[in-house]
Design a protein around this ligand. Structure first.
Ligand code: NAX
Length: 327
């Protein structure tokens, strides 16, 4: 999609993902060298001074394409006229907090932001990064008048992690890997699918002969990668999360090459028997003009079917925890 200018809202802009995201957006690498960019940065009030520091740095880069930066703690101001909303900001999981507690803590943020998204341009697209991403996306979508097909939650980082694991195992460059799908929730129940993946155009399950690895360590490594990074770094993944967010945006902005797809959690239309309306990660293609389609006809073994039903069950449970926040 080519445009003269684009307005992008980033929430949680003073956070660590924000710090890895904003400069790459402003540089022009996402929307191209002919598209001017306005950044609409949303933060909670106490974080505005820190965000001002980030804006000083953005200014100090003298990016030729960066036309305007809006800094605000008001979602309606942040989303006014935007073409993309990158919903990164949310409260982190505190010590001893269960996933259900986190869902209840963050849910109200996405009620308010969903309503404020009514100020967005009619072609606006939304990606939810803040966790629990799928269910936060469900809440925002249900509280907004934007069409449902404008909403997605990020599973691209999981996909990229799966690509890297398969490439390393097969001793090939990552560019040799294709057609990996993340099914389901951005959580430890997600199912990274190697059965439909290819390496140098050949079935990945034939190129990699270690079936125990494919059905064991490969899956758990991808599922638990976020925790492994926190353990190693003392902080959650930031640069790779920002990178995946930009990959997600670029995939929607361009036409997907024939025979390829990318993973994104979108509202289920009942494809593959998944409950309609759940924000579920599927293989998706983009037409590059604002439309997308869920790839049909991929097959699952009994093993895969079992994994997918686990992640669907988790999403159904999450939905029931926030039932009162859905219109
Ligand atoms: P940080 O804690 O560094 O930054 C979050 C920022 O959000 C903070 O500056 C905070 O003030 C702001 N914020 C909180 N409530 C807000 C609200 N109501 N409106 C606007 N801003 C608000 O976290 P960071 O490492 O940047 O991660 C952000 C989110 O991404 C977290 O929820 C994290 O769990 C999630 N992640 C999602 C990933 C994915 O693949 N979907 C992977 C990376 C990451 O873990």
């Amino acid at each position: 999609m080519s445009r003269n200018n684009v307005k992008v809202a980033v929430t949680g802009a003073a956070g660590q993902i924000g710090y890895s995201l904003l400069f790459r957006l402003a540089s022009g690498e996402v929307f191209g060298a002919n598209t001017k960019i306005s950044l609409h940065l949303l933060e909670i009030t106490p974080a505005l001074p820190a965000l001002e520091g980030v804006v000083m740095e953005l200014n100090d880069c003298a990016f030729p394409l960066l036309e305007n930066v809006v800094v605000t703690d008001n979602p309606e101001t942040a989303f006014d006229g935007i073409n993309w909303a990158l919903l990164v900001g949310s409260k982190p999981r505190g010590a001893g907090m269960e996933r259900g507690d986190l869902i209840r803590e963050n849910g109200p943020i996405f009620v308010g932001q969903g309503r404020a998204l009514n100020k967005a341009a009619s072609d606006a697209r939304v990606v939810v990064v803040g966790n629990p991403a799928n269910t936060n996306c469900l809440i925002a979508m249900n509280n907004s008048d934007l069409p449902n097909n404008r909403f997605g939650a990020l599973t691209r980082l999981d996909q990229n992690r799966a690509y890297a694991q398969l490439a390393q195992k097969a001793h090939v460059p990552v560019s040799a890997v294709s057609n990996v799908t993340i099914w389901g929730n951005h959580s430890a129940t997600q199912y990274p699918d190697a059965e439909n993946a290819k390496i140098n155009g050949q079935p990945a399950m034939e190129v990699i002969t270690d079936q125990d690895w494919l059905r064991g360590e490969f899956i758990t490594t991808v599922q638990k990668r976020g925790a492994a990074i926190i353990k190693a770094r003392g902080k959650s993944s930031a640069a790779s999360a920002a990178n995946a967010t930009l990959d997600h945006v670029m995939s929607f902005e361009s036409k997907t090459p024939e025979g390829h797809w990318f993973s994104v959690a979108v509202p289920s239309d009942g494809s593959y028997g998944i409950e309609e309306g759940l924000i579920f990660s599927f293989p998706v293609t983009s037409d590059g003009a604002g439309g997308y389609a869920i790839v049909q006809g991929l097959t699952w073994s009994d093993f895969a079917r079992e994994k997918v039903s686990l992640t669907e069950e988790e999403l159904k449970n999450e939905k029931s925890v926030v039932a009162d926040l859905l219109k």
